[in-house]
Design a protein around this ligand. Structure first.
Ligand code: ATP
Ligand code: MG
Length: 372
């Protein structure tokens, strides 16, 4: 092959707990994959979370956000841990996570729930229901009832204390999340289910109207609509009916957790948070991270499952850089490694081979190398 033709700068945010262990493995996987696919990565590691608090006194240093903004994509490990749980209110490691999402303006959160054939036993569902499940939940992340105003507490005319929140969506917010979802569905099976509560809520009525209008830009994607109560039921009754789901902030919060439990393996699940760059075809920076936390109970013991972070790196390639061949190489290497029977503790079952984080990483590297 000729030398590398493409170059991307990647900001690595290892964070806390098992974060540095899984990021180190994912970095090696990206590097090797790049060298085989004609891609050169320029990695920059920056402090964030509890480790940044210890180092410079804030969970998201300005230099870290600036580096992230200037890169093509950001890969994050995990943040937090009981060491910092009694910190002052504004100095929690997790604050850094909200700040970086806001700083990168990532309004679309993508969470796949894939039941791999090798791990079907881990699912909370019966084998015949779980086998072959591959759902992508696209959640709106920066609007809706979590941010809408007015909100607060007051005393009503009877002297009763009242708490209130407001579900607000502007047309432009719905349009942009809808476009990300249609683009996502297009890269998958081409079926998009929009989940709302349009029989009751005005914000949902507008949601359904706008999603339906945007669908005209994507004639190759098949759109359906479902009420959220029905969707919650259908996800556990027959999850295979879904390809891509798009929904608002609060419904997506709940449905993405429900969908992830169908797979039963927290150490396996990646995520992506995307902004407008995916729509304008300009490069990054999306934010890619495993859905699991910093797991302080197993940190520093070489026990962490690095596959969620490795699969997050594959999402970075696919959704952040549109390097789909390189993404597929990593996904296939993960499947190949599982086929060889290697398991970290969180996905171990009798008859498989228990390995640590590093050994799992080395096995994935060998598989990346042997993919054609
Ligand atoms: P968060 O930081 O999001 O609040 P949490 O504290 O609820 O997360 P995690 O940190 O994800 O939860 O850990 C939950 C459990 O799962 C822990 O017992 C942890 O050891 C285990 N776990 C999480 N991620 C992994 C992983 N990658 N490999 C192995 N075990 C994991
Ligand atoms: Mg935690």
């Amino acid at each position: 092959a000729n030398g590398p033709q493409k170059r991307y700068s990647i900001t690595l945010l290892p964070g806390d707990g098992i974060g540095p262990e899984v990021i180190s493995v994912a970095k090696d996987v990206l590097k090797l994959t790049g060298s085989l696919e004609g891609i050169e990565f320029n990695f920059q590691e920056m402090p964030m979370g509890g480790s940044a608090l210890d180092l410079v006194g804030v969970p998201l240093p300005d230099e870290t956000l600036a580096a992230a903004k200037n890169s093509d994509a950001v890969l994050l490990g995990a943040i937090g841990g009981y060491k910092w749980d009694n910190n002052a209110k504004h100095l929690k490691p997790e604050t850094g996570l909200l700040q970086i999402r806001e700083g990168l303006k990532v309004f679309a959160n993508l969470r796949p729930a894939t039941v791999l054939p090798q791990l079907v036993e881990a699912s909370t569902l019966k084998r015949e229901v779980a086998e072959g499940v591959d759902v992508m939940v696209v959640r709106e992340l920066t609007g809706g009832i979590y941010f809408g105003k007015p909100r607060g507490f007051r005393t009503d005319e009877n002297g009763e204390e009242v708490g209130f929140n407001t579900e607000v969506y502007a047309a432009y917010e719905i349009d942009r999340i809808a476009r990300v979802a249609f683009e996502t569905a297009r890269k998958r099976q081409g079926r998009l289910c929009s989940v709302d509560k349009a029989n009751v809520l005005e914000a949902s009525m507008l949601w359904r109207r706008r999603v339906t209008a945007i669908a005209e830009e994507y004639p190759d994607v098949e759109l359906s609509h479902m009420y959220v109560d029905n969707a919650a039921m259908q996800l556990v009754r027959n999850p295979k009916q879904f390809d891509t789901i798009v929904t608002n902030n609060i419904f997506g919060d709940i449905l993405s957790d429900e969908a992830s439990m169908i797979t039963g393996s927290i150490g396996m699940l990646p995520s992506a948070s995307l902004g407008s760059s995916v729509l304008t075809k300009s490069r990054g920076p999306g934010l890619f991270e495993p859905i699991h936390g910093s797991a302080p109970d197993i940190a520093g013991q070489d026990k962490a499952n690095p596959l969620a972070t490795i699969l997050s790196a594959a999402m970075l390639l696919k959704y952040g850089l549109e390097e789909e061949d390189a993404a597929r190489r990593i996904e296939n290497a993960v499947l190949d490694t599982l086929n060889k029977g290697l398991r970290t503790g969180d996905i171990y079952s009798t008859g498989t081979k228990l390995v640590g984080c590093k050994e799992m990483g080395e096995a994935v590297l060998r598989s990346v190398d042997s993919q054609v």
